[in-house]
Design a protein around this ligand. Structure first.
Ligand code: OSB
Ligand code: MG
Length: 369
C-alpha cells in the first residue's frame, strides 16, 4: 500500500540548560517531526535542521520548504514506501541532507513497524545496549564546566566531550583532565580553527584525548590531513563528512582516523550505511553523534548505534540531559552505568506523546495523496 498521508510539525523545545559551542549559545531547539501513514500504521522521523544555518547550511525552515514542495510530493506522487526507493528518488535533488533524512527515517520506522520488528533488527545491529557519552557545552567559567562534568560522571556516563573554541581550549582541557585523570575525554571545535592555530591544536596532545573533532571548517579536508600528520591525537570529522564520497576522500587523504556518524548530516540511513560499511572495511571506527534530538530522533540514533563499527561511546544521553519534558513517554534513561538499552518494541520502539507535540508545535501541515 502506498503512503496515504504525511504530517509535519515544526516544534520548539526549551533545553534544561543552555548549550554553547564555538558557533554560539542557544536556549532551545527548533526541529521538525514527520509522520508517514500507511493505512493505520504510522512511521516517525525527526529532521535535525536547526533554527539558524550555523552547523550546516540547512535551517528548520529550508528543510520545511524542501519537504513540503519537493520531497513529500515525490513520495505521494510516486507512491514510494520503501526507504531505499525513496533514497534513490530523493537523490535527484541536490544537497539538503537533513530534509531528506527526516522523511527517510519515518519510512524506516514504518517498515519496521509493519514487520513487527525493532529497527535494530532490520538494520542487522549487533548489540542491545549502547555506550552513552555526554557532550558538554561551553560554560561561563572553567570551574562551572568541571562541576557539570562531575555531575554527569556521577550519573555514570562513560565518556565526556567538551566543546572548544579559541580562548576555551588548552586551559579547559588541562582543568578537566586535572580534575578527572582517568576519564575518556574528547574535544569538539565545530570548525573554529585554521592552519594558523596549529600550535594550539598540537598542545592538546598533552591531555590524552580520545580524539579531537572537527578542528577546521567543513570543506578543509586537505588541511585536516596536514594537521593529522602533525598530531598524535586522532582527528574525528563531523561536519566535513556529508556523504559517502567525502568520507572516502577524507580517509584516502588521511584527514582523520575516526568518523562521527549523524544520519541527518549525510542524508539518511542508506547513505549512512554506505559510510559505515566502508569505514568497517578500512578498520576505521565510527560512533554516533547527536543533534540534541528529541526522544524520537534519539531513538532512531540508538538503533543506528547498534551497527558493528560503532566502536566508541556515542553522543547519546538520557532525555533529562536535554529536555525537562521529552516528547516520548517513557523517556530515555540510562539502563546501567553509562549504557542505554535499545528499545525492543516495533520500529523505533518509543511512544511519542501527541499532547506534548501539539503544545510544542509552531505550525503543522497535513499532506494527502
Ligand atoms: O558538533 O556534535 C556536534 C549538537 C548540535 C550540533 C552539533 C553538535 C552537537 C552536539 C550534541 O555535540 C550532541 C548530543 O546530541 O548529545
Ligand atoms: Mg561535532
Amino acid at each position: 500500500m502506498p503512503i496515504d498521508r504525511i504530517e509535519i510539525d515544526l516544534v520548539k523545545l526549551p533545553y534544561v540548560h543552555f548549550f554553547e559551542t564555538s558557533l554560539g549559545r542557544s536556549f532551545d531547539r527548533m526541529f521538525s517531526l514527520i509522520r508517514v501513514f500507511e493505512g493505520g500504521v504510522v512511521g516517525w522521523g525527526e529532521c535535525v535542521a536547526e533554527e539558524a544555518p550555523l552547523y550546516s547550511g540547512e535551517t528548520a525552515e529550508t528543510a520545511w520548504h524542501l519537504m513540503k514542495d519537493f520531497l513529500v510530493p515525490l513520495v505521494l506522487r510516486k507512491g514510494l514506501v520503501e526507504p531505499q526507493d525513496y533514497a534513490r528518488e530523493a537523490a535527484v535533488f541536490r544537497g539538503n541532507p537533513m530534509a531528506k533524512a527526516g522523511i527517510e527515517l519515518a519510512l524506516w520506522d514504518l517498515k519496521a513497524k509493519k514487520a513487527g520488528l525493532p529497527l535494530h533488527r532490520i538494520y542487522g545491529g549487533v548489540r542491545e545496549e549502547i555506550d552513552a557519552g555526554v557532550s558538554c557545552g561551553i560554560e561561563d567559567s572553567v570551574p562551572e564546566l568541571v562541576e557539570a562534568i562531575g555531575r554527569y560522571l556521577d550519573q555514570g556516563y562513560k565518556r565526556i566531550k567538551i566543546k572548544i573554541k579559541p580562548g576555551w581550549d588548552v586551559a579547559a582541557c588541562a582543568a578537566v583532565r586535572g580534575a578527572f585523570p582517568d576519564i575518556m575525554l574528547q574535544a569538539d571545535a565545530n570548525g573554529a580553527y585554521g592552519l594558523s592555530d596549529m600550535a594550539t591544536l598540537k598542545a592538546l596532545d598533552a591531555y590524552d584525548l580520545l580524539m579531537v573533532e572537527q578542528p577546521f571548517a567543513p570543506p578543509d579536508l586537505w588541511d585536516h590531513a596536514k594537521l593529522q600528520r602533525e598530531m598524535k591525537t586522532a582527528l574525528c570529522l563531523d561536519e566535513s563528512v556529508e556523504s559517502f564520497d567525502t568520507a572516502r576522500a577524507a580517509l584516502e587523504m588521511g584527514s582523520c582516523r575516526i568518523i562521527n556518524i549523524k544520519v541527518g548530516r549525510v542524508g539518511g540511513v542508506v547513505e549512512m550505511r554506505r559510510i559505515h560499511d566502508f569505514c568497517e572495511s578500512r578498520s576505521v571506527p565510527v560512533w554516533c553523534g547527536g543533534m540534541l534530538e528529541s526522544g524520537i530522533g534519539r531513538a532512531h540514533n540508538l538503533h543506528i548505534a547498534t551497527l558493528p563499527d560503532f566502536k566508541y561511546p556515542n553522543d547519546l544521553s538520557a532525555s533529562r540531559r536535554y529536555y525537562a519534558e521529552d516528547l516520548i513517554d517513557p523517556s530515555i534513561e540510562l539502563s546501567g552505568p553509562g549504557t542505554i538499552r535499545v528499545p525492543d518494541g516495533p520500529g523505533i520502539g518509543v511512544n511519542p506523546v501527541e499532547s506534548r507535540i501539539a503544545k510544542a508545535s509552531l505550525k503543522k501541515e497535513v499532506f494527502k495523496k
